[in-house]
Design a protein around this ligand. Structure first.
Ligand SMILES: Nc1ncnc2c1ncn2[C@@H]1O[C@H](COP(=O)(O)OP(=O)(O)OP(=O)(O)O)[C@@H](O)[C@H]1O
Length: 323
């Protein structure tokens, strides 16, 4: 879709972080939900936050939103305590679960929320961004789950916030609805807002986030640009076509392979030494065709980081092993 970028107010101090967590710990009884976490978020960043269930993601977002206080450490939103209304006016958030007044129409709900902000986006513009135009007169109680979710996320940006927190905004949406929602989020981000999104759809985070924060057990395991996070997984997947299986062994490359499988003449091998493998195959005159070398996916990097005891891919695939 072609929603115009919606511009949040310019930052008065563009270089200072809009969100800061400094050595933040949050416990619930015996449970340490966040353990000594430090994090800065700057204007214009679109951050994907990943972590297994119970990692501490929602707790972290709730501290930034001022819904909870840290047990120790400091949280700042636009340089202030997140519970300060002056800071909160610049925040938009969609938690995992939201309630909508069932008898109000879509347009009325957006107007109602817009009324709480000094310079809200026009309701028609918000509805257009989120593909809600045709539903303007529908009572929210009659919306589908996906339509409700789009409305809930739309409400988070009505007030032109500088910081937007979206906790699993696309869970349960079909592919088209996810695309509409991400187009809208990106259009809003183009105006300079800082956005944090949690999602269990890693390919979605890989496609859209510039910075990736991986949380597990209440700690930050990785906080880097996407390429750096992906580079933490050293292995590459190499695909090619080759009818003569014996040529692989003859080339003396078996020791380079973490895993190999073959379907007919189609080979897929995983190796930490892709360059050496390809050089060796060429040097041995192995008559392969259709060479394709790929880096790790975010999902592979995530599994490698969050499950130290994750099984070797060689033991989890059903293909034929070359070893
Ligand atoms: N209000 C609470 N009372 C007690 N324990 C809590 C509370 N809120 C969170 N926890 C615990 O803190 C830990 C972190 O939970 P949190 O909801 O932040 O994880 P999450 O990463 O958002 O998980 P998910 O992906 O399942 O939403 C979990 O062990 C959870 O059970």
């Amino acid at each position: 879709m072609t929603a115009p970028p919606a511009t949040p107010p310019a930052s008065s101090a563009a270089s200072s972080p809009v969100v800061t967590l400094d050595r933040v710990t949050r416990t619930f009884g015996d449970v340490v939900a966040l353990d000594d976490v430090s994090l800065d978020l700057h204007a214009g960043q679109l951050v994907g936050m990943l972590g297994p269930n119970g990692a501490g993601k929602s707790t972290l977002l709730s501290l930034i939103a001022g819904l909870r206080k840290p047990t120790s450490g400091t949280v700042r939103l636009m340089g202030r305590d997140p519970r300060d209304p002056v800071a909160r006016i610049g925040l938009g958030t969609t938690p995992q679960e939201t309630g909508l007044p069932a008898t109000l129409r879509v347009r009325e709900v957006i107007d109602f929320v817009a009324g709480h902000f000094p310079d809200p986006m026009p309701t028609a513009e918000v509805m257009d961004m989120f593909g809600l135009g045709d539903l303007a007169r529908r009572q929210t109680g009659s919306l589908s789950g996906g339509q409700k979710r789009r409305l809930a996320v739309a409400l988070s940006i009505v007030g032109r916030p500088r910081v937007v927190l979206l906790d699993e905004p696309t869970t349960g949406l079909d592919v088209d609805a996810r695309r509409v929602l991400w187009d809208a989020v990106q259009a809003y981000h183009a105006g300079g807002a800082a956005i944090v999104v949690t999602s269990h759809y890693l390919e979605e985070i890989e496609a859209l986030a510039q910075r990736v924060v991986v949380v597990d057990g209440g700690r930050i395991l990785a906080d880097d640009d996407l390429a750096s996070v992906l580079s933490r997984v050293g292995s590459r997947t190499v695909r090619f076509r080759l009818a003569d299986a014996a040529a692989i062994a003859d080339a003396g490359v078996l020791a380079l392979l973490e895993h190999a499988e073959r379907e007919g003449d189609r080979w897929t091998v995983v190796t930490p030494e892709a360059d050496d493998l390809v050089r060796s195959l060429v040097a041995a005159d192995v008559p392969f065709t259709g060479l394709d070398v790929r880096g790790a996916t975010l999902e592979e990097a995530f599994v490698a980081m969050t499950s130290p005891a994750a099984p070797n891919p060689a033991t989890t695939t059903n293909g034929r092993s070359a070893r």
